[in-house]
Ligand binder design. Structure first.
Ligand SMILES: Nc1ncnc2c1ncn2[C@@H]1O[C@H](COP(=O)(O)OP(=O)(O)OP(=O)(O)O)[C@@H](O)[C@H]1O
Length: 620
């Protein structure tokens, strides 16, 4: 059989397997029922189904938004009927399984049924609380699409960093479904007298655990009190007026990872909740909710075992089954070269590829963004045109909390629509954000808690699509894998040397010796040297590198609990850390404590060296 024929047959076979796999993957995500069978109004079902299309309407092209959802996801099929029934609900489902529509659709279904129709002057009926600006915008956009046929139900958002007086004006006019970050909501609850919420029927905590982890616990308690929705309080029923007099409040709590803190929030906000996505072994919440503690209190003191309703920190997390998770073991000084090489090889392999790389600090994002925006292609044989080419030929974006809100919004929108792009981000992008077609997540700086790992990798492999994730670990950090295993997360090793071997040096294939170490690989040595010259040649770039170095070390010391013994600054060689920021030597800017730690490390090493020598001397 000739080669071409065999290749064609192989490709056909591969396609068959891929098709079969994607069917199997899809069947794990979608339910075999329809939206209408779940009890949703036909107009809403129509809105959820079908493709987005443009109609010619009286000489003008009108865009009709429809979501294009053929069938509900499994979690939607489970949650929608329960939420429609008016019960309080706690939802735990893997990332990218469609939780947003699962709670928005039933609310819209009920609101469109009110007779007479609800009006703006009735104020807010549903409140969606989210932890970040980006998530606020995202939920608001989905709401806009879902409400396309229900123009009398008004969506809106309020969030930190936005213009307060404009928000006040919008609240005065009336917002039926309001998406908000907790701090700004509390501000308006206290100071915007024209904000009408006496008809409030639903409170939803999306990414509930993160809201608490960001330290909004006290705000949430105050919000629940102001809204009269704290379960241990006798809600003054007289306060509630006409429209909802016959309805009970309904609160919903959702996340892909639930932790002990959420227990407390569940206890103070949910009444006899139905659990969705939690194993049978999870206990029902105790109906008598006594002895409630503060959401701001320490996790350890929070709960009696008998009252636990969600996973404890040692339980397994749900991850998308079609996610291929790997780790790469890289010595500290070669981290930057490894990152750039992996990115280059991924983007060269496929023309359409979207990657998100996570960093621990805003400064680290800025430094790598500046580096990758300008770092030229490596080739000594290059022509002038080639010399102008960049090392990575893809669209580059960055996202972090120190950026202006407008820039954050633009990045968020642009990265969504790009086909091939790289996003460098802090954890602001880790939660809930839905960037279509992201194929790979790289955690260049380690995530800390296993929950953070789960949410970061959850930006790919969404809704049954395939995705890869890669976690960078230094040899001294390998115990982190065991930490992940405790939560049922296991990773395989990424073949880093193979990637280095694949790069021609000076435009020729290298004759690289087998089994050479990462640090001594000629590609690594060469790229590291070029990077260092490039960074140190430009004072502004060097400053970015130094700032990034300092904040990286600070972030490294901030690991909590058991992770402190895995990520220990004193185990690091700060000179090697500096190399990972393309600095030839360690900046002296770090605080005194680091210098003391570094001296202590040297002293320890010297002592170890001495005792080894002594042992060696005794042996010989
Ligand atoms: N029934 C459906 N059919 C097809 N696509 C859907 C369906 N429901 C939701 N989606 C799409 O799936 C993607 C993921 O949804 P969503 O962001 O709500 O997931 P999630 O479970 O909240 O994820 P995370 O835990 O990361 O926040 C979105 O792009 C959404 O538009």
């Amino acid at each position: 059989m000739d080669k071409r024929k065999r290749r064609t047959e192989e490709t056909m076979e591969e396609n068959k397997v891929k098709k079969a796999m994607s069917k199997a993957e899809a069947s794990q995500v979608f339910a075999s029922c329809s939206f209408s069978s779940l009890g949703l109004h036909p107009n809403l079902c129509d809105q959820l189904r079908g493709l987005s299309l443009s109609l010619l309407h009286r000489h003008a092209s009108v865009h009709v938004y429809r979501m294009g959802f053929e069938a509900p996801t499994l979690i939607q099929a489970q949650a929608i009927p329960v939420i429609l029934s008016g019960k309080h609900v706690l939802v735990n489902a893997a990332t990218g399984t469609g939780k947003t529509v699962a709670y928005l659709a039933p609310i819209i279904h009920h609101l469109q049924e009110y007779d007479p129709r609800i009006q703006r002057s009735d104020g807010t009926f549903a409140l969606v609380l989210v932890p970040t600006h980006e998530l606020c915008m995202q939920v608001y956009e989905i709401l806009q699409k879902l409400l396309h046929r229900f123009h009398w139900i008004v969506p809106g958002y309020i969030m930190g960093g936005e213009n307060r007086s404009k928000e006040k004006a919008r609240l005065r006019k009336g917002i039926s479904i309001l998406v908000a970050t907790p701090g700004r909501l509390l501000d308006h609850l206290k100071n915007t007298t024209s904000f009408v919420y006496s008809n409030l029927r639903w409170i939803i905590f999306d990414e509930a655990d993160m809201i608490l982890e960001l330290g909004f616990g006290k705000d949430i308690e105050e919000i629940l009190e102001l809204l009269g929705s704290r379960q241990n309080e006798s809600v003054s029923k007289e306060k509630q007026i006409s429209k909802i007099a016959e309805f009970q409040r309904q609160n919903l709590l959702l996340s892909a990872t639930l932790n002990d803190k959420v227990n407390n929030l569940a206890k103070i906000s949910l009444e006899n909740p139905i659990m969705i996505g939690l194993d049978d072994k999870m206990l029902q919440i105790s109906p008598s909710l006594e002895g409630l503690k503060s959401l701001g209190s320490d996790v350890e003191n929070e709960l009696e075992d008998s009252e636990k309703i969600v996973r404890s920190s040692n339980d397994e997390y749900k991850l998308p089954v079609q996610l291929f998770q790997r780790y790469v073991k890289v010595p500290c000084g070669s981290r930057l070269v490894a990152l750039l090489s992996i990115l280059k090889s991924l983007f060269e392999r496929e023309s359409s590829y979207k990657i998100v790389v996570f960093f621990s600090t805003c400064n680290a994002v800025d430094f790598h963004y500046s580096l990758l925006s300008e770092f030229p292609s490596l080739s000594k044989m290059q022509s002038e045109a080639e010399a102008l080419q960049l090392f990575l030929k893809c669209k580059l974006f960055r996202l972090h909390g120190n950026m202006k809100h407008e820039d954050r919004r633009t990045t968020f929108q642009s990265f969504k629509t790009e086909k091939s792009a790289l996003l460098l981000s802090t954890d602001v992008a880790a939660r809930g954000l839905d960037f279509p077609k992201v194929r790979c997540i790289i955690q260049y700086d380690s995530p800390g808690e296993a929950t953070e790992y789960v949410h970061r990798v959850g930006r790919t492999a969404r809704l049954g699509e395939r995705g890869d994730s890669l976690l960078f670990l230094q040899p001294v950090e390998m115990d982190y894998l065991r930490e992940l295993e405790k939560h049922g997360v296991s990773l395989t090793e990424y073949p880093l040397l193979k990637v280095f071997d694949s790069f021609p040096l000076y435009s020729q294939k290298q004759n690289v010796k087998k089994f050479v170490s990462v640090e001594m690989h000629p590609w690594v040595l060469n790229l590291q040297k070029t990077l260092e010259s490039f960074v140190t040649a430009e004072p502004q770039r060097k400053k970015l590198a130094k700032d990034a170095f300092c904040s990286w070390v600070r972030a490294y010391t901030a690991h909590r609990g058991e992770l402190k013994s895995i990520f220990m600054v004193k185990k690091l060689h700060l000179g090697h850390v500096a190399r990972s920021f393309a600095l030839k030597e360690q900046p002296s800017l770090v605080g005194q404590s680091f210098q003391i730690q570094s001296k202590k490390r040297k002293r320890d090493q010297n002592q170890k060296g001495l005792s080894k020598k002594r042992k060696g001397a005794r042996k010989s």
